[in-house]
Design a binder for this molecule. Structure first.
Ligand SMILES: CC[C@@H](C(=O)O)C(=O)SCCNC(=O)CCNC(=O)[C@H](O)C(C)(C)COP(=O)(O)OP(=O)(O)OC[C@H]1O[C@@H](n2cnc3c(N)ncnc32)[C@H](O)[C@@H]1OP(=O)(O)O
Ligand SMILES: [Co+2]
Length: 140
């Protein structure tokens, strides 16, 4: 069984500056510049907390999954993401356990990562993402 590591906790917000306020008050600082992830229609601002990031996600187009989430549920916790060393192998393993992925194949994520999402029904009511980093960060 692979070791899992909490890579990030994602929060949906309609406004990155307003959404940042609680984290700045907690004394956290953005990790680098905001990043547009065009494949997902989001702009991301990340705050490092230990080995985990809080990622604020703002939609950049109306068909973004984050725009749909904000419309239905309003701002709040969107998903948790777990770092894996080999995403393709982990997708095969989890499919063998009956997991229901939303992607057939990995898609680009933030900072050069490859990511895949599991359906919230499979995640017992939460959206779960798996993340593979492009370099040594995979050694977990
Ligand atoms: C920054 C880039 C990248 C990274 O590097 O980390 C990202 O994180 S991108 C993040 C945004 N991208 C995604 O979320 C992609 C995967 N998501 C999706 O495909 C869809 O959002 C979804 C999960 C399939 C939902 O799509 P939607 O059109 O809203 O479908 P439904 O309304 O039918 O939802 C089905 C079912 O799931 C519940 N739901 C939806 N979103 C969530 C959620 N975030 N957490 C928990 N549950 C969720 C929804 O309420 C429905 O439940 P029922 O009503 O009981 O059927
Ligand atoms: Co994510």
């Amino acid at each position: 069984m692979p070791v899992m590591h909490l890579d990030h906790v994602a929060v949906a917000t309609p406004d990155l500056d307003a959404g940042s306020a609680p984290y700045l008050a907690l004394g956290l600082h953005p990790e680098g510049p905001d990043e547009d992830v065009t494949s997902q229609g989001v702009r991301v601002r990340a705050f490092q907390v230990g080995e985990t990031l809080i990622e604020l996600l703002m939609p950049t187009r109306p068909d973004s999954p984050i725009a749909a989430y904000l419309e239905k549920r309003g701002p709040g916790l969107h998903h948790t993401a777990y770092r894996v060393a080999d995403l393709d192998a982990e997708m095969i393993r989890l499919r063998g356990e009956g997991a229901r992925f939303l992607n057939d194949v990995p898609t680009p994520g933030r900072a050069g990562t490859r990511v895949a999402f599991l359906h919230p029904k499979w995640g017992a009511g939460t959206l779960i993402e798996l993340v593979e980093h492009p370099h040594a960060g995979n050694e977990i």
